[in-house]
Design a protein around this ligand. Structure first.
Ligand code: GLV
Ligand code: MN
Ligand code: MN
Length: 412
């Protein structure tokens, strides 16, 4: 008997529906920003389900939420699985949440089957993976893997100037859990389930993506300073128009990051124009850059080009480029990759090896212990969108692979 037999497709689907109500949007998606009241509600929901099953629940100083099913060997390090419960502002119901609920379903399936494992098996909801409110993303897992980063993260501010430390304190007050005194503890292995967020599995009629790697990414904030002036009276030549400079720079950046292979990804996702009045020449612009490629060398080379263009294209304004994220490519552990592949094969599921274009918490945890990921298809590959969708059958299939993988790892 394996826990895969007791994965409950209906329960897993219902849990997604229950969570989707917390921060639910009219178009069927979710807006559950990191450390918001909606995030606190999701934490309370997960903790309530966990306590009802008799699992231990605790948190750490960056707010990661852990659920632990005990093993038979009290000395043994746990195997862990999870993802995130925060979302994009117009996010879907599966990005991140699937990985948390699949991990929790794995614990429940083991419990339902009455299976004892040598190691504890843990589910985790990492704090602020999306990085849409607080920078950088994948923050909880970054601190777990490197506790020295805690103070820097607590000092981060959101776009409105709210300190992360304050938002976290509010969240933990609304969603209390026993607190560990320090972030990070030994983990034997980590496996994260996630929707693919791209179209390959669907196009190739595969149920399971065996994830081999995550491409590298860098993130920046460009700040341009000009001079506010009257829109009706100030001649063009006398203006220091920060938005005009931003459009020249943005056009040059799109050109400089065009890739004939379409491998390099370049996105300007947030633009703030200040003071935001129709009849004042904008004095300040701030925008974000998100850039990704499997080869860190390519990112370094394009970064140099970006630095040059920021200086060249923004005159007569002045501009700065602040790097707020730098994640080299991740290569998952060959043994975990092999185990995921063999398990999918053994369960009779069509599978394929693939790298991830999106970032995940697993990229930090892979620096701590052997790690891997399991992808399942999402409709038309659409994600970071309220219409993101997946089938109950595929979500359950990915969870069956996850349970068996965790069970194997937990008995090593
Ligand atoms: C996570 O959502 C990412 O930006 O890859
Ligand atoms: Mn995600
Ligand atoms: Mn995401």
């Amino acid at each position: 008997m394996s826990g895969a037999n007791t994965v409950n497709e209906q329960r897993l689907w219902q849990r997604h529906a229950d969570m989707a109500r917390l921060g639910g949007t009219p178009r069927g998606g979710v807006n559950r920003q990191a450390l918001s009241p909606e995030d606190a509600a999701a934490r309370n929901q997960l903790a309530a389900w966990a306590r009802a099953r008799g699992f231990e629940v605790f948190t750490d100083p960056i707010g990661n939420l852990f659920v632990r099913r005990a093993g038979s060997d009290p000395q043994a390090a746990p195997v862990m699985s999870g993802s995130h419960m925060d979302s994009q502002p117009t996010g879907g119901r599966f990005d991140g949440m699937y990985g948390v609920l699949a991990a929790f379903e794995a614990l429940e399936a083991l419990e339902d089957a009455g299976i004892a494992t040598r190691r504890p098996v843990m589910a985790v909801a990492w704090t602020n993976e999306e990085g849409s409110r607080f920078q950088p993303g994948a923050m909880g897992s970054a601190v777990f893997a490197n506790p020295d980063r805690l103070d820097g993260m607590l000092a981060q501010k959101d776009w409105e100037g709210v300190r992360l430390e304050d938002a976290l304190a509010e969240t933990l007050k609304a969603a209390p859990a026993p607190m560990r005194d320090a972030p990070g503890f030994p983990v034997e292995a980590y496996v994260e389930a996630h929707i693919e967020q791209g179209p390959r599995l669907e196009n190739e009629h595969r149920t399971i993506g065996v994830v081999t790697a995550i491409q590298g990414s860098r993130r920046y904030i460009v700040s341009i300073d000009g001079e506010e002036a009257h829109a009706g009276t100030t001649p063009r030549a006398a203006r220091k128009d920060a938005f005009a400079a931003a459009t020249r720079l943005a056009a040059a950046l799109y050109d400089a990051t065009t890739d004939p292979d379409d491998t390099l990804r370049f996105t300007i996702g947030r633009v703030e124009v200040s003071p935001g009045s129709p009849n004042t020449v904008p004095g300040k612009v701030r925008f974000t850059i998100d850039m990704r490629h499997p080869d860190d060398g390519v990112l370094a080379e394009r970064e140099a080009a970006i630095e040059r263009l920021v200086a060249e294209k923004t005159r007569p304004c002045t501009a700065t480029l602040e790097k707020i994220g730098n994640m080299p490519p991740t290569h998952f552990d060959p043994r975990v990759i092999g185990l995921v592949r063999d398990t999918a094969q053994g369960l009779g599921l069509r599978h394929m090896d693939m790298p991830s274009g999106a970032g995940h918490d697993a990229m930090h945890i892979a620096r701590l212990c052997p790690a891997g990921m399991i992808f399942v298809p999402c409709e038309r590959g659409i994600s970071h969108n309220e219409i993101e969708n997946a089938t109950p059958q595929d979500l359950a299939a990915g969870t069956r692979v996850l349970v068996e993988v965790l069970e194997t790892l937990a008995n090593r």
